[in-house]
Design a protein around this ligand. Structure first.
Ligand SMILES: C[S@@+](CC[C@H](N)C(=O)[O-])C[C@H]1O[C@@H](n2cnc3c(N)ncnc32)[C@H](O)[C@@H]1O
Length: 256
């Protein structure tokens, strides 16, 4: 049990993430709005929702609190992030799996042979290589029931030209400035402090033994929104639409 330590790190994580997604709370609410809308159309008794790359459980915990009748499962390959996540979701009924999204086995650990009502993700899937992402989308299209939904919030460029990239980035940076979040701790300094924290040394040792330790700082995949939408349609999603956007920050919805 990390107790107060976990709470401090969880807060520091959320604050750091808001530097890159200044409207992150609103973005979480949009994911919830879309999930609710999808669930209302089918009214499953105990909806099953999976959070891909859940990290410290920021989205998982918000889903679990907002939808207390749902089975909410978070998946992440990083034992340090998940260590904080366990404390974050404690008491909500949400369940976390320490698994690599690239492995073929983990979906069966959610609920063997049972369909999912929704999959969601926040700032995570850009870490996957293109072919792993395509395989993940194929798995999602097979697991999510018809009428179910995949909601992906991430920083992705609307289209690929250098000008549109610069513009989208400028709009997001200006928004961060106005929201008073532009000078928040950055990604590199957060990770430096997190990995060196004496109170987290045991989790850090566990992390060192896993592939994610080498991947965390690798250059992420740089798909545009259109390219991501094409991949989702090829995987079997019938409609793909962007429902929220500010600069390069957006929420993409794929319907089964
Ligand atoms: C920027 S964090 C976002 C965490 C959380 N979704 C949030 O919004 O705060 C990205 C997360 O994706 C996870 N991740 C990256 N590649 C992964 C993979 N192949 N399998 C599982 N998790 C992965 C990382 O461990 C990390 O926790």
């Amino acid at each position: 049990m990390l107790g107060e330590t976990a709470r401090t790190w969880l807060k520091r994580w959320d604050e750091q993430q808001e530097r890159y997604s200044p409207d992150r709370e609103e973005r979480f609410q949009v994911i919830l709005d879309v999930t609710r809308w999808s669930l209302e159309r089918a009214s499953p008794e105990r909806p099953r929702i999976v959070d891909l790359g859940c990290g410290t459980g920021s989205l998982t915990v918000r889903l679990a609190r907002a939808l207390p009748d749902a089975e909410v499962v978070g998946v992440d390959a990083d034992p340090m992030m998940l260590g904080l996540g366990e404390e974050n979701v404690a008491g909500t009924g949400a369940r976390l799996l320490l698994d690599d999204l690239n492995s073929p086995d983990w979906p069966d650990r959610v609920a063997p042979g049972e369909p999912w009502d929704a999959a969601v993700s926040s700032t995570a899937l850009h870490w996957l290589e293109a072919e792993d992402l395509a395989a993940l989308y194929g798995m999602l299209a097979a697991r999510i029931r018809p009428g179910g939904v995949f909601v992906d919030a991430n920083n992705r460029m609307p289209e690929g030209s250098p000008e549109s990239r610069a513009l989208a980035r400028r709009v997001r940076d200006a928004r961060a400035e106005r929201a008073g979040k532009a000078d928040r701790e950055d990604w590199d300094s957060w990770w430096k402090a997190f990995l060196a924290a004496p109170e987290l040394a045991e989790l850090a040792r566990e992390r060192e033994q896993r592939a994610i330790a080498e991947r965390a700082f690798a250059p992420p995949l740089d798909l545009t929104l259109d390219e991501q939408a094409d991949l989702l349609k090829s995987a079997g999603f019938r409609t793909v639409t962007t429902v929220w956007q500010c600069g390069d920050d957006s929420v993409l919805v794929a319907l089964r």
